[in-house]
Design a protein. Sequence first.
Length: 200
Amino acid sequence: MCVFFFFLFFFFFFFSFLFFFFFFNDTATTEIYTLSLHDALPISIHNKDSNNTTGKIIYSVGNTIIEYNLQRENKKILFHGKGDILNLLPSPDEKKLVFEVVGGNLWVLDIQTLKKTNLGKGHEPAWNSRSNKIAYMITQDDGHVITSSDIYIINADGTKKTNLTNTPNKLEMRPDWHPGEKWIIYDLDGLGPIYIQMVE
């Protein structure tokens, strides 16, 4: 009986020692690092002729858009603005980017020539499948809540801006393209059903 209690005491003491050593000893703790998605939003653009063995990664860090070449292992600054970059999206043909600048406007950037096109105020852009039109929303607020919001479409070169909804009593938001490109899909500030609007 004494031997049994001795071994019971021994195992209790031993495992208690291990618990306190690994959980409270600074030399045994593990450091965990996180990457803020607000600081770096990667967009992978692969070379279709190379079976994705080479390509580029385009991402934003603060107010800068950076292109990283996976084959050459170097970086290139594509855009540097006054405000942080939001909603950075490549066009389906992978030739252009559309993005927001916090406190500023929507921009289209040609990846090869670095030509910038200012689209004016707008939020949450969405490309059509042919990469020549963009749907987005323009909102207004009183400093606390959104008071008006409408859906617009515009050519990627900044021409033919059109208000599709133009309703003062509804908050149309978060547009996207129907695959056939004849309709725009959106919601009413997250309330109720999803709506569609024909593109004229």
